[in-house]
Design a protein around this ligand. Structure first.
Ligand code: NAD
Ligand code: MG
Length: 385
């Protein structure tokens, strides 16, 4: 059997390193053909020496020579810079992209992959939040399969297998609630980055961990779900489920609900997407119902976690509004991580950006790029960065 050749965009991140663990455990099924990283040259070099890919790309051009020299005795090709990421995504040497770059930076390479008709295992939810209509259209035109990696969307995808044209009443996205579940604004006003970075159930990159603490992550996931599963906003519900055992659910037209469950471990949805349509064995810990005594559910507190309300507004409004929301959010999250802005101030900046940046109902790709830039500049100007 031939190996599936995987291009891991963002190989040094939380998703990327776990994807490489999956590949290492199943080297008969998968090979890593392309590895990319933004700035962690040391880890990229180590991964390249272990997995012997065809190509590596380092985003930060200042690190090109370090990577090039470290790999000089190998046949691995080394490229650097943002443009190279997009160009490499357009090459023929791989079968599936694992889109594991964080944020808007993942959009262009992912769009390039779907334009080439490549299968994409999609972790980078921001790609669909920013330009979901264009990405899905390109995927349809070029018969590029997009298999979600985000655990909620993987759950929904799995629930829909075998359902053909059966109507969906709604999907129910579960949210852990993050580290500040049950807290009120008088507490949140004083929250600092180190506390916000302590997620109860998942270990992830810094950006998504902050998004989980503010519930913006669930808002982005609502928009991601709309595009992946062709849903109306009314068909998307969020419920808080602190144990993160049910990864999400689908309710069908007859009222029946399917759920996908498991311990919170991103390796499972990563492996599922890489191996799809096959399920393959692994030694991941199993859920034991004799030890899992309770699964509980509650309504999200959108008066306190207003980012979720703002994301719902962007979902309803459509056009470039989710792109504005995402761009402003990226700016405030990195400002918060650098202690430049308070936890609750993040919402204020995003809201002002949504009011200020001109609304476009049916943006072109170029207009999405422009919107992103404008919203970033505006948000940054409010923080005096
Ligand atoms: P991370 O910060 O751990 O890793 C990000 C990766 O992207 C790194 O390899 C980094 O080098 C690269 N990168 C960062 N900025 C870049 C840029 N400007 N240009 C090119 N490459 C860049 O992030 P993560 O937690 O692995 O998340 C990756 C994506 O997957 C995000 O979109 C996130 O929302 C999504 N996701 C992550 C998890 C998780 O458990 N970590 C779960 C679901 C979805
Ligand atoms: Mg998720």
């Amino acid at each position: 059997m031939t190996q599936k050749r995987i291009a891991i965009f963002g190989s040094t991140g939380s998703i990327g390193t776990q994807a490489l663990d999956v590949i290492a455990a199943h080297s008969d099924l998968f090979s890593a053909e392309i590895l990319t990283a933004q700035s962690n040259d040391a880890l990229l070099i180590k991964q390249a020496l272990q997995f012997n890919p065809n190509i590596v790309v380092i985003g930060d051009e200042k690190k090109y020579l370090i990577v090039k020299e470290a790999l000089a005795s190998t046949s691995i090709k080394v490229f650097a810079g943002e443009k190279a990421l997009e160009e490499v995504a357009g090459l023929d040497c791989y079968d599936m992209m694992l889109a594991g770059i964080v944020g808007y930076a993942g959009l262009r390479p992912t769009l390039q992959a779907v334009s080439m008709g490549k299968a994409v295992a999609l972790a980078n939810k921001e790609t669909l939040v920013v330009a979901g209509d264009i990405v899905m259209q390109k995927a349809r035109e070029n018969r590029a399969a997009i298999i979600p990696v985000d655990s909620e969307h993987s759950a929904i995808f799995q629930c829909l297998i075998g359902e053909g044209n059966n109507q969906i009443d709604k999907i129910i996205l579960t949210a852990s609630g993050g580290p500040f579940l049950g807290k009120k604004p008088n507490f949140l006003v004083n929250v600092k980055r180190d506390h916000a970075l302590q997620h109860p159930n998942w270990t992830m990159g810094a950006k998504i961990t902050i998004d989980s603490a503010t519930l913006m992550n669930k808002g982005l996931e609502m928009i991601e779900a709309k595009w992946l599963f062709d849903l109306t906003p009314e068909q998307i519900q969020v419920v808080i489920h602190p144990q993160s055992i049910i990864h999400s659910m689908v309710q069908f037209q007859d009222g029946s609900i399917k759920a996908q469950m498991g311990l919170p471990d991103m390796k499972l949805p990563i492996q599922y997407a890489l191996a799809f349509p096959k399920r393959i064995t692994n030694n991941f810990p199993r859920l034991d119902f004799k030890k899992q005594h309770a699964l509980s559910f509650e309504e999200p507190d959108i008066k306190t976690f207003r980012n979720l309300a703002l994301a719902t507004e962007a979902l309803n409004k459509g056009g470039n509004m989710p792109c504005i929301l995402n761009a402003a959010n990226e700016i405030v999250v990195y400002a918060f991580l650098r202690n430049r802005i308070g936890f609750l101030d993040m919402t204020e900046v995003i809201q002002q950006a949504m009011q200020k940046i001109p609304f476009i109902e049916k943006p072109t790709l170029e207009e999405y790029f422009e919107t992103d830039g404008e919203a970033r500049n505006f948000a940054a100007s409010l923080i005096h960065m």
